[in-house]
Design a protein around this ligand. Structure first.
Ligand code: SF4
Length: 479
């Protein structure tokens, strides 16, 4: 960690430095491709932006970052031109800096607490983190740590999203044998099957998986733990501990008539079919979406923005996002909504679906909606949408996507004796990921509910330390 008190920094002068422009694809161009919206930085721009960091001694950005990256330390190295050194500072605390730099909602984390942001645009920490991590990966490859001798202990990791990858890396780095089980055909979990290509290129996931392969981590796809293999069977196969990091991937239904019609998709189904090649999908999902001209996406979070923007790129002429509250209550990132608007998506607020209507061919042809007014706050603290009588209207739709949130699949605690669920349907686990079953640990969205990549990583790191301690106590005969 940098000793910022000793630094000779002219903070007033730095506060006057102009923010650098972070290049993006023009909306008119990007709607015709699936490439990332943000384009790479050049070294000079990155250094100038890093120099805007005033190296304040308190560094609230470190506290606001869930994995406590030494952001000023990394940016100091970057401004000095030491790009690899900057990447290494991020990698001291982060297994996935190139991903966090792209995916974190920085405005409510590191950048949201940046002191420069009180008087100017905050330092673009996320884009700088992505830049230095990319540079290191592209020039040197992902760093491979020196591994200790094999401890003789084996851990089954369920799920290969951010939590699973972090636990796999931490445990392999401590000499344990790790095998990762993924329900989807390919590894990556939400990073591959949930994040659209225009937010993060899939090669980042592939390179991370390759790095873990080289560290000795094994991957098995198309395995649904709790269905194909139970947790008890994993122990019977000789695993000494099991980590559950399967996330919260079950889409919530609207429960309105017509939701089962062909042409009405759940968000993940729509996203994977539009963003991934068929050979990376299970056989029943390989048929491409018949997108048509008009797409209606229901929901107001980041996943709905992913869906509307995927719909635009998949060739729809008119794409609507329908949300039952106002934009002020939307939970997703403002930047994502701005990108969607730039790409021609239209928003309809204070409107809730009533039913979906089939055409002569049996496919959805329209969605029927009702206007709502916002009333008193509900249990979420946001105003409750109250239907306006007589306000129903129809919107023609060739494709409808339901993107109203996710929950944890119940399969695992239904098929694992002694594994407790928490009240809200998530897995019950303490701060170190210890569940009610000895030797079974859990962290990430399956414990805290659908949340961020970086919070799953932070929780997973603590769980990995607890698993390591558990295995060492086992060696000593204490468990
Ligand atoms: Fe910011 Fe996320 Fe990187 Fe932390 S991990 S520094 S919150 S972008």
């Amino acid at each position: 960690m940098t000793d910022r008190t000793a630094l000779q920094i002219d903070r007033k002068a730095r506060l006057k430095l102009p923010p650098q422009r972070i290049p993006k694809q023009d909306p008119k161009e990007r709607v015709h491709n699936w490439d990332e919206v943000y384009q790479g930085l050049d070294l000079e721009t990155a250094r100038l932006e890093a120099t805007r960091c005033i190296q304040c001694p308190a560094a609230p950005c470190i506290t606001a970052c869930p994995i406590h990256n030494d952001i000023p330390g990394a940016l100091l190295k970057l401004e000095q031109g030491d790009v690899i050194g900057a990447a290494e500072v991020f990698r001291e605390t982060s297994a996935l800096p190139e991903m966090c730099g792209r995916l974190c909602p920085q405005e409510s984390l590191c950048e949201g607490s940046c002191v420069v942001g009180k008087v100017a645009i905050p330092v673009r920490i996320g884009r700088l983190e992505a830049y230095v991590a990319d540079q290191q990966r592209e020039t040197q490859g992902l760093p491979l740590p020196e591994l200790p001798p094999f401890t003789g202990r084996r851990v089954a990791v369920v799920g290969s999203g951010p939590a699973g990858l972090v636990v796999a890396e931490e445990l392999a780095g401590r000499g344990h044998g790790v095998k990762v089980f993924e329900a989807w055909p390919e590894p990556g979990g939400i990073l591959r099957y949930g994040i659209p290509n225009f937010k993060m290129a899939k090669r980042l996931v592939e390179e991370k998986v390759e790095q873990l392969h080289q560290m000795g981590v094994q991957f098995a796809g198309n395995v649904r733990i709790g269905y194909d293999v139970t947790i008890d069977e994993l122990f019977a196969q000789g695993f000494d501990a099991v980590f559950l990091g399967h996330g919260a991937g079950q889409g919530l239904h609207l429960s309105v008539p017509g939701e089962e019609l062909p042409g009405v998709h759940m968000a993940t189904d729509f996203l994977v079919r539009t963003n991934l090649p068929p050979d990376e999908l299970p056989p029943h999902m390989r048929e491409p979406v018949k997108i048509g001209r008009r797409v209606v996406v229901i929901g107001g979070g980041d996943t709905s923005m992913d869906c509307v923007r995927s719909a635009v790129r998949a060739g729809a002429d008119q794409v609507y996002c329908v949300y039952r509250r106002t934009e002020a209550e939307m939970r997703g990132r403002e930047e994502e909504r701005t990108h969607a608007k730039e790409e021609g998506v239209r928003f309809i607020f204070e409107t809730a679906p009533v039913r979906f209507i089939a055409g002569k061919d049996g496919r959805v042809r329209a969605a029927r909606f009702q206007k709502v007014q916002l009333g008193e706050p509900d249990e979420s603290g946001r105003p409750k949408p109250v239907p306006v009588i007589g306000s129903e209207f129809e919107l023609a739709a060739d494709t409808v996507v339901v993107a109203i949130g996710y929950q944890v699949e119940r399969l695992l605690y239904q098929t694992t004796p002694g594994l407790d669920a928490a009240d809200r349907g998530t897995l019950a686990a303490d701060d170190y990921g210890r569940t009610s079953r000895e030797g079974v640990f859990a962290a990430g969205d399956n414990v805290r509910g659908a949340d961020l990549v970086v919070t799953a990583m932070a929780d997973a790191k603590k769980a990995a330390a607890a698993i390591d301690e558990y295995l060492r106590r086992k060696d000593l005969g204490e468990t």
